[in-house]
Write a protein that binds this ligand. Sequence first.
Ligand code: DGJ
Length: 741
Amino acid sequence: MSIQYFEKENIFLLNTPKTSYIIGIFDEEQFLGHLYYGKRITNIEGIHSLARTMEPPFVPSKNDRDRSSFFDAFPFEYSSHGVGDFRESSLKMRTKDGHTATSLVYVSHVILRGKRKLEGLPATFGQEDEVETLEIICVDPVTNVRAILSYSVFSDCDAIARSVRVVNDSNQPLYMERVMSACFDLEGRDFDVLTLHGSWARERHMERKPLGHGIFGVASLRGESSHQEHPFIGLLSKNADQTSGEVYGFHFVYSGNFLAQAQRNQFGQVRVLMGIHPEEFCWKLEPGESFQAPEVISVYSDQGLGGMTRTLHDLYREHLIRSPWLHKKRPILINNWEATYFDFTSEKIVDIAKESARLGIEMLVLDDGWFGNRFDDNRALGDWQVNEEKITGGMGKLSDEIHAQGMKFGLWFEPEMISPESKLFKEHPDWAIQVPDRRPCRARNQLVLDISRKEVRDHILSQVFAVLHAAKIEYVKWDMNRPLSDLGSAALSSDRQGELMHRYVLGMYEMQERLLQEFPELLLENCSGGGGRFDPGMLYFSPQIWCSDDTDAIERLSIQEGTALLYPLSCMGAHVSVCPNHTVGRSTPFATRGMVALAGTFGYELDITKLSEEDKTAVQWQTRTYHAFNDLVREGKYYRVQSYAENHDHDCFMVTNAKADKALVFFTQVLATPNMRSRCIRLQGLKEEANYRIQIVNLDKEEQFTDTGKVVSGGILMNAGMIVERPWGDFQARLYYLEEI
Ligand code: DGJ
């Protein structure tokens, strides 16, 4: 890790172990230009030529006549608005006179050991010997806006964390209509663009296509990062695959509206922008006030997508997730949602707990429906008092009964919501986000609380804390089941209504921070109608996030592949549920459901009292496997080996430990094909010279391992392949354990 400033050359060189990022200062006006991002460079001789300032239109001091030609082609480090660069802008400030032109030039810089916190926002962190930060101070001399562009590089990860702070140094209020967190003007190569798209129950499916001229972008205007699109964009060289080729990945550490776009201009240059979506955003900055934009993570890999994936996994595990649970084995949980939905009593919950404990499950999570008159999903959000009709004797008693089984206890909340049919709404109708005189749009019959307001946050948290203090509760599932619409806050002035979406996200972060301060040992799992707010911002608060409401093992293959592209397996909430599956009606073997869930946080979401004796026994084999291998899954290096989304036949990925002397290979055959030979699958991440003994980990029989009798070298397994026998039947899973001998 190092950040160097070469004064004579006016160059900043930012190095991670294997990558370099180079910025230069140009011309008399001190334009900040982007020169290079890629494989590490140690000798920067001649780097200036990349800015092409020695060819027409030169620079404004030599050719002001064609200033616009310069502006429209120069690789800017942070693009201007309305002054001749017709590509997308990074910052747009409206003055009281209504002008929006904004253009920044370099003024000074500082280089710091460590990394500052971003006020009110989740962000990566590191010790002084792990991370170094460059802050470049720029100003717009006309509007007197100051922007501090911040770049942090890590000593153990090939990632750069960027953000921007904007300060109003003028004596007038300014309105910020657009603030991107990062702009990357990359040399124009023939890139493919990779994004994750989805829907409820179909989150984070990978999509790759050529990047043509014009703008391609993904976005959310839902007030959360969303099921539909993900705050990530990847640029891939045409030959990039899992193991080779060049990949740039950009990921937004934020949980609200976002814009992630790539623009290919007339000269083939590519500008990537990432930040809060400018639509529905306008932030008033009074003189002297500042605004902190959220963080963007960028990764460059010359070892294909796998290189990017493992960098992000390491970065998030070591420099983003703060929970004391991060490196711990999480209790195997059972959640009652798919078992009972709203129809339960404490007796039923205790019955589930008793049977679960007997089979090796370690925590019971009571989901939606335990409070107010919440007998269905039409009411009671906001009334966080225990419903004693269902929970006889109160939550303390139920918690004691669960603990008496030797289990931990967890509880569901949806703190950001309000039901129009609730006591809270009767008392405080103005606490719902809505536009005066307009009937607010309901979703799941609920409205969103205006948690941009402190009194609202205080009120909800005091209720949540009261429940959590009255009983022993080790885990909380924090859900959020609808997007934001009808944007109006009764507490904001007319010229600040455009701040609501971001203030909402800041309010939610503050609530989660306070929850964790009050209960530092709490295991928090975030959730949003499944995986609608699965993003790096939420990981700063919770070490795990519910991946999807779709618990079908086959649907989960693509959902978990897309999720693991960016996130460590340790944070993917994954449970075994019953068949036919409640979302797609598919029936899959119990062992397959177990293996797919074992690749995540692992748990159950079913009425265990109704399972067949055969499946109950299999629960014991699955929990045994979890204990044997969770360290490897949670902490290991992840390699995507085969993609069912691509080959439409089977799925395969693996994890190795740091020394690569142990590996687990997860293989799933989707549909069986007749009259075929066994498959030969090339593995990754092993040691070429080592010999590995290959065993099958049984999820469907008493005997824990079946020795295949094969010992194969890493070189053979990776270059030629591992023979995988064809299982009999559809939806069959195989878990292989490889150990160096
Ligand atoms: C959506 C979640 O994803 C489910 O797991 C469950 O908690 C329901 N909400 C409860 O309303």
